[in-house]
Design a protein around this ligand. Structure first.
Ligand code: ADP
Ligand code: MG
Length: 255
């Protein structure tokens, strides 16, 4: 363990960084869409190791392969070649049943537009997923709603919640299976600065509190300041990979 605190003018969070354990590995992963003249190489010979407790911000222009990276990590897209493992389990080569078990047990997605079912309350949106993994649905849903600060909103429908609250419900839903890996695609892309900041603060806390890894994809350069590690992508390649020992507290981020 080591302790890192900034001595610079801006307020930075103080982080206690645990000895890194590997949570996800991509080895020589490529993903090509289509074939022949119209083939698009979205990921090219990608090598990446993600540590538990790491907030990894992935930056890159539109079309650089960020969403494809999340989708292959999350078992939604099969890589064209290469190997992926999550939490010590090989993802490549699993059949559909094995893949959905791994997805259920180890990882979750958070999307830009929340993807809540409009006809279900906050509670019901989360309960639908909680039912897939068994155990006491009521206590688990109540626990994740409390964790994102929305215990009082359980019975509201998405239309009765602000954008930031809807994203918090979506994050609560993503947490209900206690994933080790949280894959977030532009989670603040539809939010204003204040609500975006509160969602980022939640994600930063969730990452460091429970020793999970959060991969946060964005094209918003300012968000890189809150990362433990910043990966910059271009045309399916990693062009920069930087560790930051004193990331900015997400409550201080601005754009
Ligand atoms: P980003 O998220 O960085 O904007 P993507 O991962 O969505 O980038 O896309 C990377 C490249 O792969 C782009 O050229 C995109 O058009 C292409 N691509 C992504 N998904 C598909 C698909 N399902 N079929 C064909 N091409 C795709
Ligand atoms: Mg994308």
């Amino acid at each position: 363990m080591f302790h890192a605190a900034s001595r610079t003018g801006r307020e930075h969070r103080t982080t206690t960084v645990p000895a890194a354990s590997t949570l996800a590995v991509l080895h020589a992963v490529s993903k090509t869409f289509g074939s022949g003249d119209t083939a698009v190489r979205a990921l090219a010979a990608f090598d990446l190791t993600i540590a538990a407790g790491e907030l990894l911000v992935v930056l890159g222009p539109s079309g650089s392969g960020k969403t494809t990276l999340l989708n292959v990590l999350g078992g939604i897209e099969a890589p064209t070649c290469g190997a992926i493992s999550i939490d010590g389990r090989a993802l490549t080569g699993l059949d559909a049943k094995g893949l959905s078990a791994l997805r259920r047990e180890s990882l979750s997605f958070v999307y830009q537009f929340f993807n809540l079912v409009p006809t279900l309350t906050a509670y019901e949106n989360i309960a639908v997923l909680a039912e897939l993994t068994g155990g006491s649905v009521r206590s688990r849903v109540d626990a994740v709603l409390a964790e994102v600060g929305l215990a009082d909103c359980a019975n509201r429908f998405p239309a009765q919640l602000s954008g930031g609250q809807q994203q918090r419900v979506a994050i609560a839903r993503a947490l209900v299976n206690r994933p080790r890996l949280l894959l977030c695609d532009e989670p603040t892309g539809a939010l204003d600065l204040d609500t975006g900041r509160s969602v980022l603060t939640l994600l930063q806390d969730l990452c460091h509190r429970d020793d999970r890894a959060v991969v946060l994809v964005t094209h918003n350069q300012a968000i890189a300041a809150i990362a433990d590690r910043v990966l910059r992508m271009c045309s399916g390649h990693i062009v920069e990979d930087v560790h930051q020992t004193t990331p900015l507290a997400a409550s201080e981020v601005s754009w």
